[in-house]
Design a binder for this molecule. Structure first.
Ligand SMILES: Nc1nc2c(c(=O)[nH]1)N[C@H]1C(S)=C(S)[C@@H](COP(=O)(O)OP(=O)(O)OC[C@H]3O[C@@H](n4cnc5c(=O)[nH]c(N)nc54)[C@H](O)[C@@H]3O)O[C@H]1N2
Ligand SMILES: Nc1nc2c(c(=O)[nH]1)N[C@H]1C(S)=C(S)[C@@H](COP(=O)(O)OP(=O)(O)OC[C@H]3O[C@@H](n4cnc5c(=O)[nH]c(N)nc54)[C@H](O)[C@@H]3O)O[C@H]1N2
Ligand SMILES: [Mo]
Length: 670
């Protein structure tokens, strides 16, 4: 059969939502390339997606509904029909509705597919069912909320605006893995003689791409930001006119700045005082300094506060008024393209009790009595691999009285615990639309091929479940193509001024791009930046300690360039290149424990013991241990993974504290 090329969009959790050109014969995807016409990616795609067809047609894919036949977690299943699966789910749920109420049913999803339609359509179903609400704070939420506390809805810098910056401070971002399209901008900036500086807890990957690296003790970036402001104020580099006229609360904040000396910050951050001064002077003497803000620093008890302090720092020299000055990658980039509520349907929810924060799944799944969860429904997430306190989650999933359904593409560590396992599709097998979070772009991606085997999209799955539960709303009877059409025919701000030609292009799997909007026009209630924000528990920003703990080493997690969270683990080539689960240690910390490169080590704390292979590097802050990427228990041969060492504690913005945990490490005796 002749093959042809169609546009589509990468569905995964990255800032760009890259455009792809898929070659297909109408049945299979034969190959994938970057789409040179995509306005942000311009044809550059990561190595993971260059072989997307290998994942789509992987022999490890789940192709039929299945029912558990072995013990929970054993991973033994036998095929059943969709009819039988849906009947069993509806039967079990109806019993729970009668005996315990809808609140005993808990859904879980996160970033499997980062779209508007397929990612969010389960919300409508579970709102209608009245299931226990899920609070989605697993990722970079504290960063975004801290930024918005100061900036309101003011858009951040677009990555391409970094080209006008004369200093780029890469703050806590593994750009090479997570922001591929910014790498050429960093290289160009250095080639043009501009400075690119890195503030990192573990700089192993990015060190080579920056002029200087400042290694910081995890969770202490707020103290660094304050001490930098101290130096700026002391040296007359603070833009007093901007701070007094265009910001709220400078006077009230000043005593805190004056107290926060570099000497004080040295004790907290581990960065020598003179280096803090040097960094502050680079920043203060630049005309348009930009902070490229990752999210690693925000995954701590103090994450929201740290984000507020870094945001205030970005305004301290008046940089927002100059092209290229400010913060990039704060994930605030202007108004909507479509009305997501048409998909999520909050109006379907009739009763609303307290929700479960996604970081507290372990507690929710092990709760007893009135709060007990009786049914768990996972679609587009892998909580055993991605959520903290893995032991508690596994204990919950082992409960005989918990009915677990997982809609998945592969037998993940979570899917192994399913009572009913349902086969899910890949992006090219469904119709969807995407809004990138690092750019202001919107794309349509209609189905290119029929699903493999008996796989179904989230939309189709919830349609079937709605029918079985007797939901009569027309919403649930629509096709995904009809839902997409409803979104497009009620356009929001970003689509209002499209020409007919642009509409036609968009509808045929095209992408539209809009500018981020004016950073000089602050979108806060008063039109001023809120250094002091009366709506916060702590209106005046100040340094807060992270949680820490009794053990000597901080444990952090770094996104890996070979994988994306736990996605791509079916790709043997990538998994092999990534290597075994490694724990990076500073040479002094390793020597203290008689650990050598390549040794097997056990990391432990009050929650668990987890084994890793030691990698020793001086590109990590002393006192820090780091793991790159998420692994699966079948590949590591160890039931427990990184997240078993992480507590359920929430940050000041009720978001993840994934990096805010302490451990000790010992060499494992053979
Ligand atoms: N290839 C690939 N790409 C990805 C992902 C992936 O897993 N693989 N994940 C995707 C997802 S879901 C997200 S949210 C984004 C995340 O991408 P980013 O927004 O860039 O944030 P992180 O990569 O989480 O954090 C980056 C860095 O924070 C550092 N860090 C940790 N703690 C601290 C600290 O206290 N201070 C400082 N200064 N640095 C610290 C870590 O060493 C790490 O290098 O990337 C997305 N893109
Ligand atoms: N140790 C550690 N933990 C982390 C992180 C880390 O870097 N290290 N990162 C954190 C961050 S930033 C995030 S965002 C979270 C991510 O948390 P999760 O979203 O729970 O993790 P993923 O590994 O992305 O799992 C997504 C799953 O969705 C499935 N999927 C993909 N598309 C579809 C679909 O259309 N339908 C259905 N039903 N399923 C689909 C995929 O096969 C995959 O198994 O993890 C967090 N946890
Ligand atoms: Mo994330």
């Amino acid at each position: 059969m002749a093959s042809y090329i169609r546009k589509t969009i990468c569905p995964y959790d990255c800032p760009t939502s890259c455009g792809l050109l898929a070659e297909t014969d109408g049945i299979r995807i034969l190959g994938v390339k970057g789409d040179p016409d995509h306005p942000a990616a311009k044809g550059l795609i990561c190595r993971k997606m260059q072989r997307y067809e290998q994942s789509i047609h992987s022999s490890e894919r789940i192709l039929t509904p299945m029912k558990r036949v072995g013990a929970k977690g054993e991973g033994k299943f036998e095929p059943i029909t969709w009819d039988a699966a849906v009947k069993e789910i509806a039967g079990r749920w109806n019993r729970i509705l009668e005996e315990d109420g809808a609140d005993a049913i808990l859904p879980m999803y996160y970033s499997g597919v980062m779209s508007v339609l397929q990612r969010k359509c389960g919300d409508a179903f579970f709102n209608r069912l009245g299931a226990r609400p899920l609070i989605l704070r697993l990722c970079a939420n504290a960063k975004g909320m801290g930024y918005a506390s100061v900036m309101g809805q003011t858009p951040c810098l677009e990555p391409e605006e970094l080209k006008s910056s004369d200093l780029i401070l890469v703050w806590s971002s593994n750009v090479k893995a997570t922001r591929l399209h910014v790498m050429p901008i960093l290289k160009e900036a250095r080639a043009a003689g501009k400075k690119v500086l890195l503030i990192e807890a573990c700089a192993r990957e990015m060190d080579a791409y920056c002029d200087e690296t400042i290694l910081i003790r995890p969770g202490t970036d707020g103290a660094l930001a304050l001490a930098m402001m101290h130096v700026l104020e002391e040296k007359g580099l603070a833009d007093e006119v901007f701070l007094r006229e265009r910001c709220e609360g400078y006077e009230a904040f000043l005593p805190i700045v004056r107290k926060s000396t570099p000497k004080w910050a040295e004790q907290i951050t581990g960065i020598p005082e003179k280096n803090i001064r040097r960094l502050a002077l680079f920043f203060g003497q630049a005309k348009a300094p930009a902070i490229l803000l990752g999210s690693g620093f925000s995954r701590y008890g103090n994450g929201g506060m740290t984000s507020r302090l870094i945001t205030v720092l970005s305004a301290f020299t008046g940089a927002w008024g100059k092209p290229g000055g400010g913060i990039c990658a704060a994930e605030h980039n202007g108004g909507p393209f479509v009305d997501a509520k048409r998909v999520t349907r909050p109006d379907f929810r009739k009763v609303s009790g307290p929700g479960v924060n996604i970081n507290c799944l372990g507690s929710a799944l092990t709760a007893e009595g009135e709060d007990a969860v009786k049914a768990f429904f996972v679609y587009g997430g892998n909580p055993v691999g991605s959520v903290c306190d893995q032991k508690a989650i596994l204990k919950g999933l082992m409960r005989e009285d918990l009915f677990t359904v997982v809609h998945e593409r592969f037998l993940t560590d979570t899917a192994r615990y399913a009572d009913i396992l349902l086969p899910a599709v890949f992006s090219v097998e469904q119709t969807d639309c995407f809004r990138a979070y690092g750019y202001r772009i919107f794309s349509v991606a209609k189905k290119l091929v029929e699903p493999q085997g008996e796989c179904k999209s989230n939309w189709e799955l919830f349609g079937l479940l709605a029918e079985a539960m007797g939901f009569e709303e027309p919403y649930f009877k629509r096709t995904e193509e009809e839902m997409l059409e409803e979104l497009l025919s009620h356009p929001e701000e970003g689509l209002l001024e499209l020409t007919e030609k642009q509409w036609k292009f968009l509808r045929e799997n095209g992408t539209v791009r809009q500018p981020f909007g004016d950073h000089g026009h602050f979108k806060t209630p008063s039109g001023k930046l809120r250094i002091v924000n009366q709506e916060e528990k702590e209106p005046v920003p100040c340094y807060k300690e992270p949680y820490g703990g009794a053990y000597p080493l901080s444990l952090i997690s770094i996104p890996d360039s070979h994988t994306l969270n736990s996605i791509f683990l079916e790709r043997r080539d990538l998994v092999q290149k990534r290597g075994p689960a490694a724990l990076m240690l500073h040479p002094l910390d390793a020597a203290e424990r008689k650990v050598r490169e390549g040794d097997m080590v056990t990391a432990w704390n009050d929650l668990a013991e987890v084994d890793f292979r030691a990698v020793i590097t001086d590109r990590i802050a002393k006192g820090t241990a780091a793991v790159s990427g998420i692994y699966s228990s079948s590949q590591t041969g160890s039931a427990l993974l990184f997240n078993a060492l992480n507590h359920e504690r929430l940050s000041d913005m009720e978001a993840t504290t994934l990096n805010d945990n302490r451990i000790d490490v010992k060499r494992r005796m053979a």
